[in-house]
Design a protein around this ligand. Sequence first.
Ligand SMILES: NC(=O)C1=CN([C@@H]2O[C@H](COP(=O)(O)OP(=O)(O)OC[C@H]3O[C@@H](n4cnc5c(N)ncnc54)[C@H](OP(=O)(O)O)[C@@H]3O)[C@@H](O)[C@H]2O)C=CC1
Ligand SMILES: O=C(O)[C@@H]1CCC=N1
Length: 287
Amino acid sequence: MSTGGERTDRPRVCFLGAGTMAGAVIGGMLSAGWPADRITATHRRPEGRAAVAEKYGIEVTETSPEAVADADLVVVAVKPYAALDVLASVVEGLSPHTVVASLCAGITCAAMESALESTGRVQLARLSVVRVMPNTACLVRAGVSGISAGRHADEQALARVVEVMQTVGSTVEIPEAQQDALAAVSGSGGAYLALVAEAMIEAGVHQGLPRTVADDLVRQTFAGAAALLVEGEHPAVLREQVTSPAGSTAAAINALESAGVRAAFLSAIAAATERNRALGAPADESR
Ligand SMILES: NC(=O)C1=CN([C@@H]2O[C@H](COP(=O)(O)OP(=O)(O)OC[C@H]3O[C@@H](n4cnc5c(N)ncnc54)[C@H](OP(=O)(O)O)[C@@H]3O)[C@@H](O)[C@H]2O)C=CC1
Ligand SMILES: O=C(O)[C@@H]1CCC=N1
């Protein structure tokens, strides 16, 4: 998967948990030329370890202090409910120079810092902790990650995390209080757009288009619309450019507005923000 031109000064990154999100970041890093021998991961199931090692050509081990001993950056990438336990299970392998980042929805820097402080090991109590919220487009190096530094993370620690996440997309540094809303917009956003794409394909089929044609049309329409958005024009202007007075787009927009599409997005993003907050709450067993 490597494109060559690998740099040997890249930080060594160990992912704790190698599921969808870690896999997207690992895949993006490798395709950008990050040396495979500077990426490791852990997986709790032996068959999972074998599969991930085979897929990415990286070393995959059990989650243990030894797994993180050589890492410059340890990335917690398990489901939120397991994040603090997984971090606690590797503390013996962390050094004062290790940076710990978490991709886990809702898990605060303070919660991770407390987990490290509660080890009673003085040198870990001041470890750099960074909270990151990426999205799955990291796989194609088109992700966007919100990044917030914890109490002890200095510029150098932050730069280590930014180096990884900018390899797989863009980054935005935000106050940690905004992380739950950011996750609701960009962490989950790809799913909303995939749902709209799915609905548009079905609607095209409903109007008599062959499924493969509807599928191709929708994919390319999304790619084209994304390219125009990235150019920087305001979305309202892009919408107006397509909407002739009393034309067919106006008829469609009228139907969408009557169905409450804007209100639906307001509710959806509010629900996701609230859910992210709940995922970080200590008593939540459903995470
Ligand atoms: N998916 C997404 O789009 C995004 C996810 N995130 C965050 O990323 C994190 C991971 O989510 P996602 O990748 O979707 O989930 P996955 O279930 O795909 O991946 C989680 C991985 O962690 C593994 N795991 C669980 N416990 C342990 C353990 N003790 N040691 C090692 N590995 C363990 C799981 O193993 P097993 O297969 O055995 O269950 C699984 O492979 C979550 O906290 C989520 O909030 C953030 C942004 C976007
Ligand atoms: O659904 C989730 O919980 C995660 C957080 C952002 C995207 N997926």
